[in-house]
Design a protein around this ligand. Structure first.
Ligand code: VG1
Ligand code: CO
Length: 543
């Protein structure tokens, strides 16, 4: 192999956020931008010579171009084998599985996940370690440090690899294998769930719709739901991955998966609806006439996981990100298992899963997963729901109502203020932080503050400490407010306000969510003074 050494100069903004490096396509399209980051990643790693790298992406604009760069840079840096999903397509959970199954050194996933795509959209690169999970903070910080001083990168001088045909190629000593990205993942799912029971359910007249949002799960969902489980043809829609996601935002929430939501609320609604995001790690669950908040979904899945073969012996513990509602905590308490509260981002679950402290994890942003991989997994959550529905023979709404009756309901909503000026957002956070010490014991909108802090996480396994992970204000009776800045946005700052109210009284379990949260919304406005700091009267997205 001929290796070219290319001289380059550093970019100052290659700091990975909540999940990898995410920037506008126009930023990534600059000469050497992606190459610098890929080389900085390899420069931060040791002892990978001769080992395996898994490589895939969500199919968005730039995916095919950057796949070629990664292949050539990885070969030049000495990886022994590179496994590439056909067409450059591999969902994030499937990539995590491939890393684990092949005992790979790690993997690179090209995705900006739920962010919009296309020439004017976003692109992203993330590195996963040998357990299949996202690089921990220590590694992402090292990558950022290298990116600030990089002077050159190594790249194989060879023709582009044909990534659209299954087969094996050789670049010097490096073997490049183009593999079927769906096969092993589908087999993994078949091993976890009772496919026969789900097949019976689907044959009994139960109907479902899955919106792949023109993102990566199309081929996976078609294979699993339609081919293996016998869902009616067309149950999976928007099934072809497109570089711009058909002009839509591949974020599975009731705002961006509106078509699915409308269908499930209509009088011709199927029994079950679901969607996933750009890279297939998120899930949205909607029953006939009933939207399931992701935090509630986590709680239901944890409470019922034992109904699926893989979890029949019970679960070891649950972890949720701090802003995620406390609904799952009540399940952990009842099951007498451990409950862990981590910062936002799946990377914080890795140690807990690796050491067997927890089996199921989740985030309010529509991410749920288990110890079967080290990423959140959209289709896994959909299949676990289907497995539970097949065993309990009840509707989604019945299951949800019974759950609230047993545990009480945690009303929950997230208000996002997107693309506000960074200065204003930082000033808001600073001012709120300064108020915290005096808040305890005071009343805000009639609610008494029980505790208020700037969340810091002490990892019980590697003892690392992550500070400033979001401000939380806890009220007596179980209401909470959380305020943090997004780490995945690519323009200005995004302020996320998370609102929660606990309601034990089952006669009050059918309120409309925003009305149920009136006091919490008013308290957030009062404490954050968001209009003053951002000039915004209302959130850009409410989920
Ligand atoms: C958001 C979500 C977070 C999730 C992250 C990556 O991060 O809030 O829960 O882990 O996206 O998800 P932030 O920092 O913008 O709040 V994915 O599916 O976009 O990789
Ligand atoms: Co995602």
């Amino acid at each position: 192999m001929t290796v070219k050494i290319i001289s380059t100069t550093p970019f100052t903004d290659q700091k990975p956020g909540t999940s990898g490096l995410r920037k506008k396509v126009t930023v990534f399209a600059q000469d050497h931008y992606a190459e610098n980051f890929i080389q900085s990643t390899f420069d931060s790693l040791e002892n990978f010579q001769g080992k395996t790298l898994v490589l895939g992406g969500d199919g968005r604009y730039l995916n095919r171009k950057v796949i070629q760069s990664v292949i050539k840079i990885a070969a030049a840096n000495g990886f022994g084998r590179i496994l590439v999903g056909k067409g450059g397509i591999t969902s994030t959970p499937a990539a995590s599985n491939l890393i684990r199954q092949n005992k790979a050194f790690g993997g690179i996933i090209l995705s900006a996940s739920h962010n919009a795509g296309g020439p004017q959209g976003d692109f992203g690169i993330k590195f996963n370690i040998s357990n299949g999970g996202p690089a921990p903070e220590k590694l992402t910080e090292a990558i950022f440090e290298h990116s600030k001083t990089i002077t050159q990168y190594k790249i194989a001088d060879c023709a582009d690899i044909d990534i659209d045909t299954l087969g094996t190629h050789q670049i010097g000593d490096t073997v490049v294998e183009i593999i079927d990205p769906v096969k092993d993942y589908a087999a993994l799912m078949e091993g976890l769930f009772d496919f026969a029971a789900i097949r019976n359910l689907l044959q009994s007249g139960f109907t479902m719709r899955f919106d792949a949002m023109h993102a990566v799960t199309g081929p996976y969902a078609t294979e699993i739901f339609e081919k293996r489980l016998g869902a009616k043809a067309g149950s999976v829609f928007n099934a072809v991955p497109l570089e711009d996601f058909g002009g839509h935002h591949p974020d599975p929430n009731i705002v961006y998966a509106h078509e699915l939501y409308e269908e499930l609320m209509s009088d011709h609604a199927p029994d079950f609806g679901a969607a996933s995001d750009g890279d297939g790690d998120r899930n949205l669950i909607i029953g006939k006439g009933m939207y399931i908040a992701p935090s509630d979904s986590l709680a239901v899945l944890a409470a019922n996981a034992h109904l699926a073969p893989a979890y029949s012996k019970g679960i070891a513990g649950i972890a949720r990100s701090m802003p995620t509602s406390c609904a799952a905590d009540r399940v952990a308490e009842k099951l007498k298992i451990g409950m862990h509260e981590t910062p936002t981002g799946w990377k914080f679950f890795g140690n807990l899963l690796d050491t067997g402290l927890v089996t199921i994890c989740g985030e309010e942003s529509a991410g749920t997963g288990s110890d079967h991989v080290r990423e959140k997994d959209g289709l896994w959550a959909v299949l676990l729901w289907l497995n539970i529905l097949a065993v309990r023979k009840q509707s989604v709404a019945e299951i949800m109502h019974e759950h609230w009756q047993t545990y009480g309901r945690n009303y929950y909503s997230r208000h996002d203020y997107e693309e506000v000026a960074s200065d204003g957002a930082n000033a808001l956070m600073d001012a709120l932080r300064a108020k915290l010490p005096a808040l305890k014991g005071t009343a805000v909108q009639g609610m008494v503050v029980e505790a208020a802090d700037d969340f810091a996480y002490h990892d019980p396994v590697d003892h690392s400490i992550s500070k400033h992970q979001g401000i939380r204000i806890l009220f007596e009776g179980g209401s909470r407010l959380v305020v943090r800045l997004s780490g995945t946005g690519t323009a200005g700052a995004t302020i996320r306000i998370y609102l929660e109210r606990y309601e034990a009284d089952s006669s009050k379990h059918d309120l409309e969510t925003q009305s149920a949260l009136t006091s919490q919304i008013a308290a957030a406005a009062e404490l954050t003074e968001i209009t003053r700091y951002t000039g915004r009267e209302k959130p850009s997205v409410i989920t």
